[in-house]
Design a protein around this ligand. Structure first.
Ligand code: AKG
Length: 273
């Protein structure tokens, strides 16, 4: 049992960095013990290799991501994930950055084993379709996350950009199909994070990750997405997963607007990011 975590206060510099670049890092927001609990829990699920309907479909195959695909919405079947998604420290940093009450929209777990492909550059809100604001991601590092093992890369200053229309991604490098070219003058920054650090980034920031080029380092992460309570619309595929920080289901109008790029989100596969 862990003691109830205290609120986590971002410094003024961290809040300013978020508004100027679109992202900031809350160092050691989760303790080593909490990170180990999370890692051990998902490792046990992965070792068992039993599919979880609607959330996780491991398969045989050469591709490391066939056996260890990402898991969707673990908070809907796993109490520990729900607790992590709705953690009061996360709520306090989100409130500081959003200036609004946050609402949870999505959780995911990435295993990213050695040799796994990365995720081509994209904007989260292309998929989540929250409006009129954008979403906000809280990306919790479970392992040391580095440029070598496929850590995150973000394009500073892209947080106020409209949705940029993707082109097809190189599927030998990326497991997702859409690629947004980093805009000129916004060269990607490659981050290194320690276990327990939480990277917070605006859902319009162009970001992605390279393949895990190591032979022996996993790069696991627990990823959560949120929206401000005052947002009016959300992509329809996320509606069943949404909840407030008391764990109560909450709803918003479904965003059926195809957006500037046409009809993304018409089917579930192209809608889930
Ligand atoms: O963790 C990664 O490699 C990519 C994650 C990502 O881009 C996202 O969650 O939007």
């Amino acid at each position: 049992m862990h003691a109830e975590p205290a609120a986590y206060q971002l410094s003024q510099d961290q809040v300013m960095a978020y508004h100027h670049t679109g992202f900031t890092v809350a160092k050691a927001l989760f303790s080593a013990a909490e990170v180990a609990e999370c890692k051990n829990h998902f490792d046990a699920l992965a070792d068992a290799g039993v599919p979880i309907e609607g959330h996780w479909s491991p398969q045989a195959g050469e591709d490391p991501l066939a056996r260890y695909p990402r898991m969707f919405h673990p908070h809907l079947f796993d109490e520990g994930s729900k607790k992590r998604l709705l953690d009061p420290r996360v709520k306090s940093v989100l409130t500081q950055l959003m200036d609004d009450e946050p609402i949870a929209v999505q959780s995911m777990y990435y295993f990213k084993p050695p040799g796994a492909r990365g995720q081509a550059f994209h904007q989260d809100n292309y998929f989540l379709k929250i409006k009129p604001q954008s979403c906000l991601a809280a990306w919790l590092a479970i392992d040391h996350s580095t440029p070598e093992n496929g850590g995150l890369q973000l394009c500073p200053g892209t947080q106020d950009m409209e949705v940029l229309c993707p082109e097809p991604a190189d599927l030998t490098e990326s497991f997702t199909k859409e690629h947004v070219k980093p805009p000129e003058g916004h060269e990607p920054v490659k981050l290194s994070l320690e276990p327990g650090d939480v990277l917070l980034f605006n859902g319009s920031v162009v970001h992605g990750s390279d393949a895990n080029r190591t032979t022996d380092q996993w790069r696991r992460s627990f990823i959560s997405h949120y929206m401000p309570a005052s947002a009016s619309h959300v992509g329809r595929w996320y509606a069943p997963a949404m909840m407030d920080f008391d764990g109560n289901p909450t709803a918003r109008a479904s965003n059926e607007d195809g957006g500037p790029c046409g009809s993304q989100g018409e089917d579930q596969e192209s809608a889930i990011h």
